[in-house]
Design a protein around this ligand. Sequence first.
Ligand SMILES: NC(=O)c1ccc[n+]([C@@H]2O[C@H](COP(=O)([O-])OP(=O)(O)OC[C@H]3O[C@@H](n4cnc5c(N)ncnc54)[C@H](OP(=O)(O)O)[C@@H]3O)[C@@H](O)[C@H]2O)c1
Length: 290
Amino acid sequence: MERRVVITGACGQLGRALNQVLKEKEDIAVINTDMEPTAYCPIILDITNSVAVMNLVQEIKPEIIINCAAHTAVDLCESDQERAYMINAIGPKNLAMAADAMDAKLVHISTDYVFDGEADAPYTEDAVTNPKSVYGSTKLAGEEYVKSLCEKYYIVRTAWLYGDGKNFVKTMLGLAEKNTEIRVVSDQYGSPTSAMELARAVAFIMDMEEYGIYHATCEGIAAWYEFAVEIFQMAGKTVTVKPITTEEYKTPAKRPQYSVLENRKLKEAGYRIKDWKEALKEYMDTIAEA
Ligand SMILES: NC(=O)c1ccc[n+]([C@@H]2O[C@H](COP(=O)([O-])OP(=O)(O)OC[C@H]3O[C@@H](n4cnc5c(N)ncnc54)[C@H](OP(=O)(O)O)[C@@H]3O)[C@@H](O)[C@H]2O)c1
């Protein structure tokens, strides 16, 4: 029998990558939803609208809902707290209630920003959360709703995501068109993660027997500076990359200094996500072909 999978925020980076990964699975039918209708994603679903969410889930009766919708503009969230809470917390709440009512599984994507970034070793799934930004605290509130309102849930925390959309890789390549020297923060650490690698991990997690929280980032650690250097090297760009401190690069939202997640539960299940440089190479080859 066909397994119906509803994707929310399907036009975003992860939503698009998931479409590529799930189309390889013959038993799966994907139903894409987002705020604006497009040929690729004809169904409008605003996840902050509880009635619309319940109606759609009751009509489609999916086996799985994958929530890729979020207010991901971290700095904007600081000045737009109400909207951030609606999308990042109330949205998942609505989805959790609808999933539970229809006995569907909910895969909810979350973030490294639920942690304070003050650790000196990778955060495991059970590490204590302590968000320092509006984005992080609204995403954590979303996690809490999912955990308390839905029985069959997977919360998948990821970080430093890039795919088909606005992201660090494209920003760096854009800057290289107009500048010979680029300043990049060298004292914040994380794991650059390609949307394709995350989508592959999500496709694995959604069939796992154990519900709960999972971490899913590419393997390895880099500072934004090292990430930028690697991007330019792979793209064959001759740009001088100058390391700067967080202090020198002020932003409205506080970023976690050490944002490395340990994919402990995925590894225990025998699933390994690619190293960040290998995944970046795959991505660079794809955008070079496009
Ligand atoms: N990007 C990162 O670096 C990063 C890092 C860690 C975790 N994550 C998490 O990973 C997930 C996927 O991120 P992404 O980078 O793929 O995000 P994205 O590219 O920003 O896509 C999010 C999508 O959700 C849509 N959306 C916004 N509000 C909505 C609403 N009320 N109802 C339905 N759809 C709505 C957006 O539409 P509009 O474009 O029209 O707003 C967009 O198409 C998110 O949960 C995010 O928090 C991302």
